[in-house]
Design a protein around this ligand. Structure first.
Ligand code: HAM
Length: 423
């Protein structure tokens, strides 16, 4: 039997009910925030991720799904959403309207990682990217999105961690300080860290192999190297978060796994026992240079993305069930051959009048149909037999109270309208 690829999963049953609810929620939340939906291709030119996400991030160096198409183009399945959205923003000259451009996206991402709970090779992200404002208010708005989403879902055990990486000047100074600090330890650090030392020493702080080495713990802190502008920016982000009533902790260990960040970075963590680093439900930050790096104008951006699978695990852990049940209004049971014609007619008419309707397609007898009604759980059951066809009067049964109603054909819609509460 052919099986699904490693690190992927199928969506069905309860999981698909949860997804339906979640998708509706992010749709309505993003309307409230006035963000526009954007969709970019699942694969992009490989260069985009190398130049955009960075040559020192694990995501690009080790985890991409790269392939050549028949035209010999180097393509990559997107490992994240930011680079594609930035590419689209530049390519479609969306910046020319001089307005603030705020986008949200939702879709699958691909990373060749070691699969485990909360870590997949195909996973779903909901994310946003806001271009055009360098105001710290924008950072605070973006941070507020996952925080409010988690609140709406009823998640309680979450912590917002924020940090700043400063502007280019501050980062360059910090980079030099880190180089000086790490140089004597290079022979004790892993190959990746030796490579990071040359290209982006900040990423050594994020190493999963060397994380317990004393030189990482004793490394200089970014806060000692921030210039005035960077300090101000971060102070203002905190001020605006305070004003929004959002609790956070400043956590200098957050450097993020992608190369494009400047100034604010943040992660929101859950507290699922045994979930380890997969407790990071979402992450994001400001990227003031990425649009320019990808050959666009000098336009700042800030965004975040959250992993759907991790969010669902956190919800399960807090016993929060978001699965959306379909409320069936009517289930039609034709009990003789001639009744089928009437049954499909009502099936169609009622659906087009806004009711949720299904019928027995299995040709089961009445007894067997009634046995499964508990599972199907419609508000009304409509049984059509010879009597109903001849008399023009329909029989409807309230599935909860078992009360029976006789309804004239032409009064059916009126009857259902008056007896079923609109959602
Ligand atoms: P990221 O931290 O790489 O950031 O991913 C964001 C979230 O995606 C993570 O917090 C996690 O929930 C989820 N995630 C990542 N990898 C996996 C995986 N293998 N399996 C399941 N879930 C995963 C970004 O992707 C940035 N593009 C975020 C961003 C947007 N920054 C600015 N704008």
């Amino acid at each position: 039997m052919i099986q699904k690829p490693k690190g992927t999963y199928d969506v069905y049953g309860d999981y698909s009910k949860k997804i339906k609810y979640f998708e509706k929620l992010i749709n309505s939340l993003m309307e409230k925030y006035n963000y526009e939906y954007i969709r970019t291709p699942l694969f992009e030119s490989s260069d985009l991720f190398h130049r955009g996400v960075g040559e020192t991030s694990d995501i690009v160096t080790k985890e991409t799904y790269d392939f050549k198409d028949k035209g010999d183009r180097n393509l990559t399945l997107r490992p994240e959403g930011t680079a594609g959205v930035v590419r689209s923003f530049i390519e479609n000259k969306m910046y020319s309207n001089s307005l603030l451009n705020k986008f949200w996206y939702y879709g699958p991402m691909y990373r060749y990682e070691r699969p485990q709970k909360g870590r997949y090779r195909e996973f779903y992200q909901f994310g946003v990217e806001a271009f055009g404002s360098s105001d710290p208010m924008m950072d605070a708005e973006v941070i507020s999105i996952p925080v409010n989403l988690f609140k709406l879902l009823g998640l309680k055990e979450i912590t917002v961690h924020i940090n700043t990486l400063g502007d280019i000047e501050s980062r360059n100074n910090y980079r030099e300080a880190l180089k000086k600090h790490f140089k004597p330890y290079l022979s004790e650090l892993c190959d990746d860290c030796n490579n990071r030392f040359l290209k982006n020493p900040l990423r050594i702080l994020d190493c999963k192999v060397d994380c317990d080495h004393s030189c990482i713990k004793s490394a200089p802190k970014i806060s000692e190297y921030l210039n005035e502008e960077s300090k101000n920016h971060f102070e203002n982000v905190k001020k605006y978060l305070d004003s929004m009533g959002i609790n956070y902790v400043v956590d200098e260990s957050i450097v993020r796994g992608l190369d494009y960040y400047t100034h604010t970075v943040f992660e929101v963590e859950a507290k699922v026992e045994g979930f380890g680093s997969q407790n990071v439900l979402c992450g994001g930050g400001r990227y003031n240079d990425l649009v320019k790096t990808l050959d666009g104008p000098e336009i700042p951006g800030v965004g975040f993305a959250l992993g759907l699978e991790r969010l669902f695990t956190a919800l399960e852990y807090e016993n929060i069930d978001i699965s959306e049940k379909i409320n069936l209004d009517v289930f039609i049971i034709p009990i003789c051959e001639e009744a089928k014609t009437k049954a499909v007619k009502y099936l169609n008419v009622l659906r087009m009048n806004g009711f949720n309707v299904d019928m027995d397609f299995l040709g089961r007898n009445l007894k067997n149909n009634l046995k499964t009604l508990e599972k199907i759980n419609p508000k009304f059951v409509m049984i059509i037999g010879e009597e109903e066809i001849n008399s023009g009067v329909l029989t409807l049964k309230n599935n909860e109270t078992h009360e029976e109603y006789k309804v004239e054909n032409e009064n059916l819609i009126y009857f259902l309208d008056s007896n079923i509460e609109g959602e």
